[in-house]
Design a protein around this ligand. Structure first.
Ligand code: SF4
Ligand code: MSK
Length: 662
């Protein structure tokens, strides 16, 4: 691993050396709880990361265990001086490892999306009555966007057609998945030429796993092609289905003021946290906590009420959709339990550390797994059934009330509450810029053309105990907005920025003059939160809309935009990165990158894909450097569009629009 790639903070070389928690997090609540955990004699992902130095060979992705002639490791100074027992080169090995990350990450999102589609089918056919189609306008728009006739037809008939069409996203074996109809034609042309248009997610993931088996695809170029095809089946397929169906069933998010941080736990109430990714459990729980019978039980146990909070992406989904407070992002999970105030933690799938069960046992919290795909040894399994969405939540609430009345641990809740505006969807961006009757991205493009907004950056992804929590997200975003780059966010990153106060409209004072003027005119913060990890698909749709509206080129790769995941940790992030790069966006990751610099595979990801008309990968562990790599790229795209000079043009007000459009 080169020096530049070393994780920035906390690899404690000598186990015995005491680690300083202030180097591990910039979240004051998490810091307070880490100190408490230390005093209580408990470990956390932060202390475990400090004690366990990452394997340098694995960090470079220079090892292979795809067959039992190995494992083989190519850890010499010159990575081409060695090959595996089968002869596999560093390029083959690293490309195969990367491909398996993409396959696993893509599988997670597409399985989530398929679960949502299963529920949609049951709702449409009347076999689930608790959930209903909440957003008919969105149903019509999504159906029309993929060529389903909507005029003069019933909602039920359109919904049945939509289900059948979207099922092809997963099961189709030949052809192009339905949402390819949303891709700008010139971008689709690039993909067709490269042979990477996804046929169906199941086929792409299966083929990628086959091709990475020992002795199959041993040309890194060809492996990366299938990585792109599989990743696109996630971004423009599985994830997009998850987002669109969730909006149709539970409502498209609209900006609302909502709170983030541990201060939203309430000592005098029964506290229940939902953690994971799929919105179903949370939606069931939202209904169940307001059931009079449950409230009566809580009151009888001496509680003032039942307090429901979110964590990670489950929380990000409902923060914008319902305004439910969010307790904290991924690495804060154990510290939140250490408050002693969490009576029940209900989880479904993805990003749930096994260690939570042990922390929960220390602080008397009950952990409930609810999904048959994700059980954890030591947790109580209460299965969630979509045909009876209140069943499992009612059971969990009952056991949370029991724990409340029998609380024995000392409770310490960090008193910090951070308010901000959450819940921007790509539809709302349309509306907020153009007004209800003239929804449009034209004003966004106009403000990019006139230079008030330099470009748009997506800053997304996880937090990771190998770097200082939230620090890279926050410093990167501050530098971007200072330079007039509008920022959109998803996942745990948006929780970092919400805690830093950048989701408030008055955070516009931190923006450059042009962006500040736009934010103040429209009344938005300079950082827009779009939801959970699967909601990165909202960003893809927004990019397609920016191309469709015109003035900024005819492909996504022409747009002055860039992306970053500065504290990523999950395989899903690798898959997201690959579909964003394949879509045409320069995307920079922090922490570490699973390649050896100077190899052909590394060069393909960091340069070659751009030469094929797509985006490219970048890497930096420094947030300011990362911001300027993104800004330089945005400026390069502006120059190619002939937008280097700021064009003086009046802001497009409602009055101007009325005059212009008669
Ligand atoms: Fe080693 Fe080749 Fe087997 Fe990988 S596939 S473990 S490089 S022999
Ligand atoms: S929850 S994937 S830690 S963003 Fe989506 Fe957060 Fe990353 Fe999980």
């Amino acid at each position: 691993m080169s020096d530049e790639k070393k994780p920035v903070v906390i690899v404690d070389e000598k186990k015995a050396k005491k680690v300083d928690f202030r180097d591990m997090t910039s979240c004051p609540s998490t810091l307070q709880m880490l100190k408490k955990m230390e005093a209580d004699g408990n470990d956390s992902c932060f202390t475990r990361a400090a004690e366990m130095k990452p394997c340098p060979i694995g960090a470079d992705s220079a090892c292979c265990k795809n067959c039992f002639m190995g494992p083989c490791r190519l850890n010499s100074k010159d990575p081409y001086s060695k090959v595996g027992v089968c002869g596999a080169t560093i390029d083959t090995i690293a490309a195969r490892n990367f491909a398996r990350n993409v396959a696993a990450g893509g599988a997670a999102h597409t399985d989530h999306g398929m679960g949502m589609l299963d529920v949609f089918r049951e709702v449409v056919h009347g076999r689930i009555s608790h959930f209903k189609i909440q957003d008919e306008k969105k149903l019509l728009n999504v159906a029309a966007s993929i060529g389903i006739a909507v005029e003069g037809r019933t909602i039920k008939d359109i919904a049945i057609d939509l289900y059948e069409e979207l099922e092809r996203t997963y099961t189709q074996v030949e052809g192009e998945i339905p949402f390819m109809k949303r891709v700008p034609p010139k971008t689709l042309e690039v993909w067709r030429k490269a042979g990477i248009v996804p046929r169906g997610a199941m086929r792409e993931i299966m083929e990628l796993m086959h091709r990475t088996h020992m002795g199959v695809d041993q040309d890194y170029n060809n492996i990366v092609k299938q990585c792109s095809r599989t990743a696109l089946a996630d971004g423009w397929g599985g994830s997009m289905v998850a987002t669109e169906i969730s909006d149709i069933l539970f409502g498209t998010p609209q900006p609302r003021v909502a709170g983030v941080n541990m201060g939203f736990l309430k000592e005098d109430q029964v506290n229940i946290i939902i953690h994971g990714h799929e919105p179903l459990l949370f939606e069931g729980m939202i209904a169940a906590v307001s059931e009079p019978a449950n409230l009566d039980k809580a009151k009888a146990a001496g509680a003032k009420g039942i307090n429901l909070l979110g964590m990670c992406c489950s929380g990000a989904e409902v923060l914008g959709r319902h305004g439910i407070p969010h307790a904290g992002n991924f690495v804060s999970a154990e510290p939140i339990i250490a408050t002693g105030a969490v009576d029940a933690l209900g989880v479904d799938v993805q990003c749930i550390m096994q260690a939570l069960v042990k922390s929960a046992a220390c602080y008397g919290t009950k952990v409930f797994t609810t999904n048959p795909r994700a059980m954890i040894e030591g947790a109580t399994h209460v299965e969630f059934h979509e045909h009876d969405p209140l069943g499992a939540p009612n059971q969990i609430i009952g056991m949370a009330i029991e724990r409340f009345s029998g609380r024995t641990v000392k409770i310490e809740i960090p008193q910090r509450q951070d308010w901000g505006v959450h819940g921007f969807s790509h539809e709302y961006v349309n509306y907020m810029l153009g007004g209800r009757f003239r929804e449009s991205y034209v004003p966004l493009n106009d403000n990019i053309v006139n230079g008030r907004i330099r470009g748009v950056a997506a800053v997304v992804g996880c937090t990771n105990p190998r770097v200082k929590q939230d620090y890279l997200h926050v410093e990167l975003v501050k530098e971007l907005i200072k330079n007039n780059v509008l920022v959109v966010q998803t996942g745990c990153s948006q929780i970092a920025l919400a805690k830093a106060g950048l989701m408030k409209p008055d955070a516009a004072v931190l923006a450059g003059e042009g962006l500040q003027e736009v934010c103040e005119t429209v009344g938005i913060p300079p950082v827009l939160s779009l939801g959970s990890c699967v909601d990165n698909s909202r960003i893809l749709i927004a990019l397609a809309e920016m191309v469709r509206v015109g003035g900024l080129g005819d492909k996504i790769s022409d747009l002055p935009v860039a992306g970053a995941a500065p504290e990523y940790m999950s395989e899903k992030a690798i898959c997201i990165g690959q579909y964003v790069v394949a879509s045409g966006v320069y995307t920079i990751f922090g922490v570490t990158f699973p390649t050896v610099e100077g190899t052909k595979f590394h060069d393909l990801l960091f340069n070659g894909l751009e030469e094929q008309g797509m985006g490219k990968w970048g890497f930096s562990t420094d947030p300011i450097e990362m911001a300027h790599m993104m800004i330089d790229h945005i400026d390069k795209k502006r120059a190619a569009l002939g937008l280097s000079e700021q064009r003086e043009r009046k802001l497009f007000s409602m009055e101007d629009r009325r005059v212009a459009e008669g």
